[in-house]
Each structure stands twice: as C-alpha cells, then as structure tokens.
Write a protein that binds this ligand. Structure first.
Ligand SMILES: C[S@@+](CC[C@H](N)C(=O)[O-])C[C@H]1O[C@@H](n2cnc3c(N)ncnc32)[C@H](O)[C@@H]1O
Length: 290
C-alpha cells in the first residue's frame, strides 16, 4: 500500500467533484455524529481559535465557525480545499484555508484553543504519532482536541470474510486470505486495509486506511499530553448491515428505513460500553493536560 502524502492527496483530489454528494446512509450518519460531538463538548468560541486538520471541503470547519471560533482549516488536497473555498465564499464565511500537512503545522506553539481532526484524517497518515505531536504542540494547555478515526473492532471485519466465502455478493473486494488475516491479526494492534477506489480514468486504485484499536491510539494521545474525556462509537449498530450497502446511494427504501432506525438506536448508546468500543469509527474527546 502506498501511504505517501502525494498518493493520498491525488486520490482525494479526484474525489473532489463528488465529495459533498451525500445520498447514502454511511457518511451522513458519521458527519451528524461528529457535529453533535463538537457541539456537545466544545465551549462557546467567542474570542477563541480553532484549527481543523484535514478539513477537506470544510464539514467541521464551518461547524466550528458557527460556534463562534476564529477558524482555520488545512489539508493536503488542493481540490478539496478549492471546494471549501467556494463554499466559504458563498456563505460569506471568514474561515482561513491553507494547503499544508498535518505533519508540519505552520503555526506557533500553543496558538489554538481547539483542534479538530475528523473524517478519519489520521487513518490516512502513516506517521500518525508525528501528526498527534504537532496537534498537541499547537494546542494551548486545557484546550480540546476532537479526533475521529477508523476503529478496528467492528462487524466490517466479519462481513468481508463472509463476502469472500460466498463469492463476493456484498462487494467488499477482499479475498479469503486478506479478510481472514484482518480478522485474526494481533488483538491489540490496528490493521491497515486497502479501500478500493475507481480513479477518474477508470482504473482501480487502493487507498490505505489504518483502523486503530482504542488502546493503540490512546497510548499515542497520552504520550503527547492528552487526557481522554469521552469516546463514542459510530456505525456499531448500523453495521448490522454491510457498509457496502450503507454506502450505496441506490439502497432500497426498506433497507434505508432499517438503517435509519438502527442509526437512531445507536445515537442513544454511542457513548456506552460495548457500543463505544465497537463502531467502524470512534470519536475521541481529548483535553490537553500539559
Ligand atoms: C475523509 S477526508 C475528511 C475531510 C473532512 N475532515 C471531513 O470530515 O469531511 C480525509 C482528509 O484528510 C486529508 N489528509 C490526508 N493526509 C493528510 C495530511 N498529511 N495532512 C493534511 N491533510 C491530510 C485528505 O486530503 C482528506 O481531505
């Protein structure tokens, strides 16, 4: 798998035209849960500064601004940033957007009150410990970080295995060996999966995504001075349906209703064990202690 910044940026550039088209049941649920976590946990933004790392087209950047933060967003994908800029212009927003890497943040130490890094951004960064160090560095003591990453322990470990055994009816495009390896690899470590992605020229590419265990990401967060305040699981109950169905804009009405009912149920238990340990993603609410 190619985890280089250039490869990741190129693939995200190619998603730009369709990134904001949310006609499926997968992404709207994640975005809604991230927005709820931001609104529930952050203090009012008046006079404070927020940084959105891996801001993409600005989903959380605009939420932070709506809370009153003076907000900056950065990303390595020029084309996603162009979408964010167009949205900002249309909305008369004052957010600052820049092309930069999470691995080399162009800001002084302790210059932000809040850092957001959601939409699985850290899952696309090979040297995620360095990104966490940078994040902690620009955050003030007592500041908040909201991080959302892919989580290893979820039903999307079992669905691909079933899929490969049955000849691929769910469309995971993993073979038996890969899905079995993912399922059985050391329980304390995360895994890197290859997400199939059709490029603009029709060729098939793979985007590497790290699925973390809670213990693994927490160790790194704590080593840079963060303390965990809360963890939420996303797509724990909804993943009773395969993620390939949830991500399909052409999903039938009956399954759509079922997915929404499961999403409503999950919303009530997302912060409770074991549901906050079993989602396809986890949202961590962190406070900088030192
Ligand atoms: C799935 S998108 C999430 C975007 C946005 N936060 C959202 O929730 O829609 C992941 C983003 O991470 C960005 N990204 C990946 N590696 C990065 C890096 N090293 N530095 C900055 N951004 C990065 C990608 O370009 C992409 O925009």
């Amino acid at each position: 798998v190619d985890f280089s910044e250039r490869h990741v940026a190129t693939l995200f550039d190619e998603m730009a035209a369709e990134y904001d088209q949310l006609e499926d049941e997968w992404y709207p649920h994640i975005f809604l849960q991230i927005e709820r976590a931001i609104r529930a946990h952050l203090p009012p933004g008046e006079g404070r500064r927020a940084l959105d790392i891996g801001c993409g087209t600005g989903f959380q950047t605009f939420v932070l601004e709506s809370l009153g933060y003076r907000t900056a967003g950065l990303d390595i994908s020029g084309d996603l940033l162009a979408c964010a800029r167009a949205k900002a212009r249309r909305a008369g927003s004052c957010i600052t957007l820049l092309r930069a890497s999470a691995l080399r943040l162009p800001f002084p130490r302790r210059s932000f009150d809040v850092v957001n890094c959601c939409g699985s951004t850290l899952s696309f960064i090979a040297d995620y410990p360095q990104a966490l160090r940078e994040m902690a560095d620009v955050l003030k003591k007592g500041g908040y970080a909201i991080i959302e990453v892919e989580q290893r322990w979820n039903l999307d470990l079992i669905w691909p295995f079933l899929d490969s055994m049955l000849g691929g009816p769910f469309g995971y495009e993993q073979d038996v060996k890969e899905s079995w390896d993912n399922l059985t690899r050391s329980s304390s470590q995360g895994i890197v999966i290859s997400y199939p992605f059709t490029r603009l020229d029709g060729s098939l590419e793979y985007l590497p995504i790290r699925c973390f265990t809670l213990g693994e990401i927490l160790r790194e967060c704590e080593s840079v001075g963060f303390g965990l305040k809360r963890v939420y699981g996303i797509h724990s109950l909804t993943n009773l349906l395969p993620s390939t169905w949830l991500g399909d804009p052409a999903l039938g009405q009956g399954l759509r209703r079922l997915a929404r009912w499961l999403a409503g149920l999950e919303d009530r238990v997302k912060g409770i064990r074991p549901f906050n340990r079993l989602g396809c993603s986890m949202i961590l609410i962190l406070e900088k202690k030192s």
